[in-house]
Unconditional design. Structure first.
Length: 131
């Protein structure tokens, strides 16, 4: 490890599935797993649907698949489709997380060639109890 690096816990710079208040039945932008394109930062499309469960998120959050095949296929995206203070929702097979302003994880998870991609993804999947 480099001299100017330090060890830290992932929970010190990431908040997983941050609490968002979205009442069941509220019409909102929904992002299904198929709308997260492999190794693509931006969300390709969404639909307006009544909230009935799943991950909730805001602009700036990162969405990442939590099931192994989708994770291996680079199903990650940075949310940028919402208006100010708008809350979106989507699949229950991905997680939403937000990083501290000083640390943006998206480059680690959006490029399969990045040396940390597989290790970080497997670690996060393990946190969720997924083999």
């Amino acid at each position: 490890m480099a001299d100017n690096w330090s060890l830290t816990k992932i929970i010190d710079f990431i908040e997983f599935n941050p609490y968002e208040n979205l009442q069941k039945g509220t019409m909102a932008k929904k992002v299904a797993m198929e709308q997260l394109l492999p190794f693509t930062r931006d969300i390709s499309s969404y639909e307006i649907a009544p909230f009935n469960g799943g991950a909730k998120f805001r602009n700036g959050d990162t969405l990442m698949a939590r099931i192994t095949p989708c994770l291996e296929n680079g199903k990650t995206a940075k949310v940028n489709i919402l208006n100010d203070s708008e809350i979106g929702f989507g699949s229950n097979i991905y997680d939403a997380f937000i990083c501290t302003p000083m640390f943006n994880l998206l480059p680690l998870f959006s490029n399969e060639l990045h040396p940390l991609y597989q290790h970080a993804g497997c670690y996060l999947a393990t946190l969720q109890g997924i083999p």
